[in-house]
Ligand binder design. Structure first.
Ligand code: MLT
Length: 205
């Protein structure tokens, strides 16, 4: 029997070998990023879980104590839980985990970054919109074969530019091939983010 993926999720089968793991922001759900996923890659399969933590009724992927202040124990536990889900879902839906690309926005980007640091084997690449440094890993992961694209807002009231740069350095230090782009704007996603990420993904066949 195949392991049952234990997150509420949407799965849309695509025509190519690639799967986009779509990770929504605070207050989102498993349907939110499906149109974005289709825009980024019309041929990929889409795997989109709903975060299990509720903050005032709003789904998230891990607990926080305040804006930008994370409950690190919960973050670590939830990161492993999500990575286990991705492994189980890839078997259940018969998709290749070696072609799994995380696409996260805000809280979803933060847990994607945490997966890169704690469970690097789960992802081939990641697109991180408005991510911050989620945690410092106790042991350095091996990200030598992982490509990461980071889209940041030059005027983001939640993620300072220095934090984005620190995340890029942390991932580069672990061997990842990191592209970092700053866009005019704040925490919200812009059409330029989507264009930049789509072009990068198209070159990453
Ligand atoms: C987070 O909690 O992950 C970040 O503060 C982003 C957010 O969800 O507002």
């Amino acid at each position: 029997m195949r392991p049952q993926p234990d997150f509420v999720h949407e799965f849309v089968r695509g025509k190519s070998e690639r799967t986009l793991l779509l990770l929504h922001g605070t207050g989102g759900n498993e349907r939110d990023l499906i149109p974005l996923g289709r825009e980024l890659d019309p041929n990929a399969s889409l795997l989109s879980p709903r975060g299990k933590v509720l903050e005032n009724g709003m789904p998230r992927f891990f607990r926080r104590l305040a804006e930008g202040v994370f409950d690190l124990e919960d973050l670590k536990e939830r990161t492993h839980e999500l990575a286990d889900f991705v492994t189980a879902a890839s078997k259940h839906h018969e998709i290749d985990i070696k072609n799994m690309v995380a696409v996260g926005y805000s809280n979803g980007a933060n847990i994607a970054a945490s997966m890169l640091l704690l469970r690097p084997e789960t992802l081939a690449a990641a697109i991180l919109f408005r991510a911050m440094v989620p945690l410092s890993p106790e042991t350095q992961p091996d990200l030598a074969s992982v490509r990461v694209w980071i889209g940041a807002g030059s005027n983001d009231s939640i993620v300072p530019v220095s934090d984005t740069k620190q995340l890029a350095e942390l991932l580069r230090g672990a061997g990842a091939d990191v592209t970092i782009r700053f866009f005019q704007g704040g925490h919200a996603l812009t059409p330029d983010d989507v264009d930049g990420a789509r072009d990068w993904l198209a070159k990453s066949k």
